[in-house]
Design a protein around this ligand. Structure first.
Ligand code: HEM
Ligand SMILES: [Ca+2]
Ligand SMILES: [Ca+2]
Length: 310
């Protein structure tokens, strides 16, 4: 895989330097998800929003300070990205067990895998050895992460810019089998306008009227809805079955079924065959996790995930 610093990632990276690293992440994530099932979704999404901005380098975790403008303020993350306290807790335990050893970027990659497994999804060995960035990119966060009202082509282009393809796009969108979205992320669809101004006729009408009850034309922006209304806290293939029934919540979900033939076939495949979805999801997560990591002597091992080392 392509790295910055000449090194490469491998699952045994901490086997000698911090043999308990994976167990520590798993335990804290399990506790957090037991307390609040949605946290699994939030942690999975954090890794995605990190990797699409300068690679998987924990840039998303930095708070604003000095010349750093936090990615937490970007359009995709503001009032939306969550789970930062759980990462802090993992890091605190990790620093006690193995000081200055395990990166925040690797903690997020492990937490994303564990969140998937804990909710019933596939498992995979996580390649490790990422290091943490000494900066963030607010503009990268605004520009690189797809928006729910982007067209199919724009979303695919944003994936291709990260070295990912249509198969990765469809499989990874299957993450929306768990978690929530705010009214403001899909309101335009309910009042017959997709975000790009095209009339949206595909949304199932009884599902739409149900959604309108709690997502009015104005107000209620932050009201929460399940991305997969059938099994919102179970990682399964019901997200794809919903798309076949025109019951995708976001415009960016439904376009996978309506705007491109190849994508449509993939949606059908995963709707009929959960095992194939799980296999591809694991492969695509590893591919996403390999987006330009910092290795070798590039970057640093942050002591506090919210700020660069002094
Ligand atoms: C394909 C383009 C994608 C778009 C346009 C998109 C957009 C969104 C939006 C708008 C939300 C709701 C945010 C809110 O209203 O606060 C959301 C939630 C979520 N997204 Fe995506 N997403 C995409 C791909 C992905 C990928 C690749 C992953 C993971 C690998 C992912 C994981 C999640 C999860 C788990 C949630 C729920 C988070 C929670 O409940 O806290 N998404 N996404
Ligand atoms: Ca990043
Ligand atoms: Ca589900």
């Amino acid at each position: 895989s392509k790295t910055v610093g000449g090194g490469y990632l491998y699952p045994q990276f901490y086997d000698h330097s911090c043999p308990k690293a994976q167990e520590i992440v798993r335990n804290v994530v399990a506790k957090a998800v037991a307390k609040e099932p949605r946290m699994a979704a939030s942690l999975l999404r954090l890794h995605f929003h990190d990797c699409f901005v300068k690679g998987c380098d924990a840039s998303i975790l930095l708070d604003s300070s000095g010349s750093i403008i936090s990615e937490k303020r970007s359009n995709p993350n503001r009032n939306s990205a969550r789970g930062f306290e759980v990462i802090d807790e993992i890091k605190a335990v990790m620093e006690k067990e193995c000081p200055h050893t395990v990166s925040c970027a690797d903690i997020m990659a492990l937490a994303a895998r564990d969140s998937t497994v804990l909710t019933g999804g596939p498992s995979w060995e996580v390649p490790l050895g990422r290091r943490d960035a000494r900066g963030a990119s607010l503009s990268g966060s605004n520009n690189n992460i797809p928006a729910p009202n982007n067209t199919f082509q724009t979303i695919l282009t944003k994936f291709k810019l990260q070295g990912l393809g249509i198969v990765d796009l469809v499989a990874l969108s299957g993450s929306h089998t768990i978690g929530n979205a705010r009214c403001t992320s899909f309101r335009q669809r309910l009042y017959n306008q997709s975000g790009n101004g095209q009339p949206d006729n595909t949304l199932d009408q009884s599902y739409a009227s149900q959604l309108r009850r709690n997502c009015p034309r104005s107000g209620g922006d932050q009201n929460l809805f399940f991305l997969d209304f059938v099994s919102p806290i179970k990682f399964d293939n019901s997200y794809f079955k919903n798309l076949l029934a025109n019951k995708g919540l976001l415009n960016s979900d439904q376009v996978l079924f309506t705007k491109n033939g190849e994508s449509r076939e993939l949606v059908k495949t995963y709707a009929y065959n959960q095992e194939l979805f799980f296999l591809q999801f694991a492969k695509s997560m590893i591919k996403m996790g390999n987006i330009s990591p910092l290795t070798g002597s590039r970057g640093e091992i942050r002591q506090n995930c919210r700020k660069i080392n002094a």
